[in-house]
Write a protein that binds this ligand. Sequence first.
Ligand code: PLP
Length: 424
Amino acid sequence: QHARGLTVQCVAAPEQVTTRVQRNKNMAKLQAGYLFPEIARRRKAHQEKHPDAKIISLGIGDTTEPIPPFIVDAMKKSSEGLGTLEGYSGYGAEQGTPALREAICKRLYEKVGRKPNEIFVSDGSKCDIGRLQLMFGADVTVALQDPAYPVYVDSSVIMGMTGGHNGTGFDNIQYMVCRPENDFFPDLSKAPRTDIIFFCSPNNPTGAAATREQLTELVAFAKKNGSIIVYDAAYALYISDPNCPKTIYEIPGAEEVAIETCSFSKYAGFTGVRLGWTVVPEQLRYADGFQVINDFNRIMTTVFNGASNVAQAGGLACLQDDGWKQMLDLVAFYKENAAILRKTFQDMGFTVYGGENAPYVWVGFPGQKSWDVFAEILEKCNIVTTPGSGFGPAGEGFVRASAFGHRENVLEAVERFKAVYGNK
Ligand code: PLP
């Protein structure tokens, strides 16, 4: 009954084409993808299962509010200028415009002895962490807070500083446990020496801000061991407590042991604009006496080509009086969100940390797995949080709620939490 002339073609499954390039063995060590893509995947699956669900995200920690007008105006002028002969500019200095380096220094670092030439403007802190790793190379040893911003671990793995994953963490990384039992500050008397210490204050995800005494101890520890601290101050302006320094250089002697990285992302809503900076003091030297600043300058001029000129114009506006005030108002808005979330969980009887000096609230679910709590909150409340264990083994039993959200969403989230967990 087949029509005559019909030929049935037998198509072989296309053979998979491969190159002869071996995969970077360090890339292969990384675990199940970076945390936030995994959260996004689960959120998408939940939305597909419940197409009508109005999901609220308190998860990824991306900013939501418009960039303040004074700062936007500066970027508008800068980009319009690019369309004119007089206002056009091309490549700039890889380290940033002198005006911006000076303004960052004047506003934040002059009083702690730093100089404009020690400030390297960039496209953000995350990118700078990657470039710092490139500078250090694979032969250094690394310690970090546990839990911590996942980029410190993953970039160390990619660089080849670590062994494989042992089921809990990576071999050759020193995880410095930071939990309520030790006031979220590592027990340095037990911590082994490493070359590099990543330290973030206020910490993402716990929201804990280190005190002056704690940072003094950390600097002394680094000095004793001859280590370099990479101090991540991305949330420093969220600190209210006067006993918590806003820069590591408030600690005498820190300039001999610490690099500091910071960002406009969470200050001015620049997560998409992309602008940050890293401070490398002239006093910081390698074992052979070579100044670290010279190597960082070499890295920045080799694998970076300067931050966007429009973004830098925005950054400059952030540091002028009007922009600074509007930026602090924006930070205050997110801090109010944090206070609302913190109080909600406290009132429901949860043990809550953070949220006072940081835009993150760290909620304890003792005896439960973070991913299970994440899944339950998504299922019952249609709210995306971040599972604490995604930030390191010591984050198990916690979830992080981010204060970056529109006020109405935060208030709606609060109602949903109360409806489900109100009678805990
Ligand atoms: N450092 C910490 C602790 C962060 O939480 C983030 C972003 O979430 C960054 C750095 C990245 O900042 P940037 O947007 O400047 O790359």
